[in-house]
Design a protein around this ligand. Structure first.
Ligand code: ZN
Length: 208
């Protein structure tokens, strides 16, 4: 997920990130766009917790920071696995980072359910932002990189991010939750900004 610059605070560059909690040393990969198959179907569950998974997670972290995003799912680098990484602040400004495999999201139902309408954007449709109403708090459970149980919850942008990224692992992009009118506006915003984002963004082209 991404924030509309410059109104909202974005996470700092990797050297300021709370490392130790997220795998580091990864390579920046190109972010794939909406429309390719892996982004629009339920992703395969993570069943093997090995070095390959850790490398993928480290690459996703590097890619998320390079793109100045607050969350990134594996399908966004073209990998069919139900996993996401995030570095996102809640309503109070407190920052939470994590890796979640096979996420399950819980949001309040009934009397406790309140919706917050805020601008939302996606790194796989760079430059496009429109408001979307979502439950104002959310909890996600799943497994970490060693297969251990993990759980994260929060409000504000963090609640939005946990829902947005879990959606990705199920093949749902946030346009799927928009009315036709807002979906058109989103596409227009994206097209206006498209020349700022080459096809291999945010990967730095290799100098031969
Ligand atoms: Zn997204």
């Amino acid at each position: 997920m991404t924030l509309e610059p410059p109104e909202l605070e974005k996470p700092g560059p990797p050297e300021h990130a709370p490392y130790g909690l997220l795998p580091d040393g990864g390579a920046v990969r190109p972010i794939v766009r909406w429309g390719i198959d892996v982004m629009h179907r339920r992703n395969a569950p993570v069943t093997t917790y090995d070095d390959g998974l850790r490398t993928l997670a480290a690459d996703m972290v590097a890619t998320m920071y390079a793109a100045e995003g607050v969350g990134l799912a594996a399908c966004q680098v073209g990998v069919d696995l139900a996993m996401f990484v995030f570095d996102c602040h809640d309503e109070s400004g407190e920052r939470t980072v994590g890796v979640v495999c096979n996420p399950e999201v819980t949001v309040p139902e009934g009397r406790d359910r309140r919706l917050a309408e805020e601008d939302e954007g996606c790194l796989s449709l760079p430059g496009g932002y429109v408001p979307l109403a979502r439950p104002d708090v959310a909890a996600v459970s799943g497994t970490g990189l060693d297969g251990e149980p993990v759980e994260f919850s929060g409000d504000g942008l963090l609640a939005r991010c946990l829902q947005h990224e879990t959606d990705h692992t199920r093949g749902t992009v946030f346009a799927d939750r928009l009315s036709t009118r807002w979906r058109k506006k989103l596409q227009k915003n994206h097209e206006k900004a498209a020349d700022r984002y080459p096809a291999d963004w945010p990967a730095v082209p290799k100098i031969e």
